[in-house]
Design a binder for this molecule. Structure first.
Ligand code: ARG
Length: 578
């Protein structure tokens, strides 16, 4: 539902300023709450009105602010209007605030905040998000974990805001590594082990063959031969490769499921190997392909055309490269899915790669490359488990679960539950996610099990704990009669600040949708949890007269529903008990 207050204040301003409501919406924002302090609910930035040309931009800002504030009169919605420094503050009638804010939660499927007028100007369409994209037989490193959870967040957010989202995994399933793997499997491989523990076995074989190949030109030769056979789609090599790929996808699907992540499409580099050759032809016919002395094919990306910045798209032996396949893949996706935007999520070491990719696509005349975006993120240091360096995603998830299970068994407040492992898994994963999403994505950070799993402090555990507490409060008081809400019973400052904070949910989502950074949403939810914790202490449900108990329960259910909705967008499955 749209925000009743934002709309009516904008309408009021619109009448005074002879402007459409829509033009004024973005100049209004909910006032951040600060501790228990009383404050106005919305503020209007007069400067924004000036930059939008709604007010003249010459003249004294403060005088203008005060003059406008004087012109605006209270009404049945706004009870107080005051001028601050370059802003006008609006305070709405308290009972109306309570009533209107809690109204949406009476409906089961409330979509609170998601249909806000803030999103009216945001284009909706088909968004293709490519994320996770690990490499077969190689390590699943911290960068892949980050890509997985960040990409999932972006996909969830876009979907919540009404986009048609395609989730794609682009596997590293092609290249010389498969030559080595093919040869390696002949020497060190075992079908039994492959069936039993596929990822581990493929990785072991890959490590072994790499070691063996170090001083052995014969192995290299055999690997090149094997890869050549693959490129020519020879039956035997292809069927082994196919088997590796299928097994890997099946395994990954299971681990992704634990993370609550799914993909609509498992694509991969192998799909675009032939198209990559067509790309080379197209580059050639457009006069974009240059051949170097070494015999490689390059595209000159330097502004001056002096070959000072190059992208190699063809090896001297005529095989394609990572970027060539990416060019082909992008063109193919555009043709197949007609996306309105495409988002690639990888660590920042690939910034240059994507920059070049988009440049080449534009040079080829694909103007839709303007609608492609690379979301990059920093490095994680020290992601280790008790058994050492992380090789598989599964190990990180196992460790998060084990550590959380241990913490739960140590804590006096832990409840009896049917499936503690499952709860520990969900809470452990939320700890991983929040640790990752707290800061700007571009920053590097240090992976720290103890810190991320703390019950206090801004952790995923704290979010889950607050959610579980709210659920148990609601459940325990299920017998409190639900009649009409009396808003005058929720006028304590402790409840007002929660409602005021809820006014900002759409703004947090809007900010995250603008810069694709989860931190805005994380900060919003953390603050909500802190406000809820104080309210929980000071506004008891149990022992209060029935109408008071009921009103408070309404407030807590509203908070709980927003908390759960926000957590889900982050990729966290809220637990009801812990
Ligand atoms: N498989 C690559 C890696 O592990 C990531 C792929 C990113 N996506 C792309 N379209 N290049 O580094």
């Amino acid at each position: 539902m749209a925000c009743f207050f934002r709309r009516s204040i904008a309408a009021k301003l619109g009448r005074t300023l002879q402007q459409s409501e829509d033009a004024l919406i973005s100049a209004l924002s909910a006032v951040p709450v600060f501790k228990k302090q009383e404050s106005a609910d919305f503020r209007l930035s007069v400067n924004t009105l000036r930059t939008k040309g709604i007010l003249p931009s010459n003249g004294d800002l403060q005088l203008q602010t005060e003059a406008l504030a004087n012109e605006l009169k209270q009404d049945s919605v706004v009870e107080e209007i005051s001028a601050g420094r370059g802003v006008i503050n609006f305070r709405v009638h308290r009972k109306l605030l309570v009533e209107k804010m809690l109204e949406p939660f009476e409906k089961e499927d409330n979509r609170f905040g998601l249909n806000s007028e803030l999103f009216n100007t945001v284009k909706k369409g088909t968004t293709l998000v490519e994320f996770s994209s690990p490499n077969i037989a190689k390590k699943f490193h911290a960068g892949h974990l980050r890509s997985t959870i960040i990409g999932n967040f972006i996909a969830n957010l876009k979907q919540s805001l009404g986009n048609n989202v395609i989730r794609m995994n682009y596997l590293g399933d092609w290249g010389m590594q498969f030559g080595l793997l093919g040869v390696g499997f002949d020497q060190f491989g075992c079908q039994e082990k492959l069936k039993l523990n596929p990822l581990q076995h493929l990785f072991d074989v890959y490590v072994q063959v790499n070691r063996a190949a170090e001083h052995n030109e014969e192995i290299w030769q055999a690997a090149r031969d094997f890869f050549r056979q693959l490129e020519q789609r020879e039956a035997q090599a292809t069927s082994l490769w196919q088997q590796f790929r299928e097994i890997t996808v099946t395994e990954y699907q299971q681990v992704y499921q634990r993370l609550g992540v799914h993909f609509d499409i498992y694509s991969g580099e192998s799909f675009h190997q032939e198209q990559a050759q067509e790309v080379v032809q197209q580059l050639q016919s457009r006069g974009l392909l240059k051949t170097t002395e070494k015999g490689t094919g390059v595209v000159d990306l330097s502004p001056a055309g002096d070959m000072s910045s190059l992208s190699t798209v063809l090896r001297s032996d005529g095989t394609s490269l990572y970027i060539t396949r990416d060019i082909a893949a992008a063109i193919d996706r555009e043709e197949r899915y007609h996306f309105d935007e495409m988002i690639y999520v990888t660590d920042k070491s690939q910034e240059n790669h994507f920059h070049q990719l988009f440049q080449i696509l534009l040079a080829m005349g694909h103007s839709w490359a303007e609608r492609c975006q690379h979301v990059s993120f920093g490095l994680v240091r020290g992601m280790k488990t008790r058994s050492g360096e992380v090789v598989f995603l599964e190990d990180v998830l196992d460790e998060a679960r084990a550590r959380m299970l241990h913490n739960m068994s140590q804590s006096k407040t832990t409840k009896e539950m049917d499936d503690p492992e499952d709860t520990a898994e969900k809470v452990g994963i939320s700890a991983l996610i929040v640790q990752d999403f707290k800061g700007p994505l571009q920053s590097d950070y240090k992976f720290d099990w103890d810190r991320m799993l703390q019950a206090q402090g801004d952790t995923g555990v704290f979010l889950q704990y607050t959610h579980a507490r709210l659920c148990s409060l609601i459940q325990k008081n299920g017998d409190v009669e639900a009649g009409a809400l009396d808003p005058s019973l929720l006028l304590e400052q402790r409840s007002i600040v929660i409602l005021q904070h809820l006014l900002r949910y759409d703004e947090a989502l809007y900010q995250s949708a603008q810069d694709l950074q989860p931190k805005h949403l994380v900060n919003f939810l953390m603050k909500l949890c802190h406000l809820v914790a104080s309210a929980h202490r000071e506004l008891p449900v149990k022992g209060s007269p029935p109408d008071v108990a009921q009103a408070r329960l309404r407030l807590f259910s509203g908070a709980c529903s927003v908390l759960a909705s926000g957590m889900r967008i982050l990729g966290i499955t809220p637990v009801d008990k812990m």
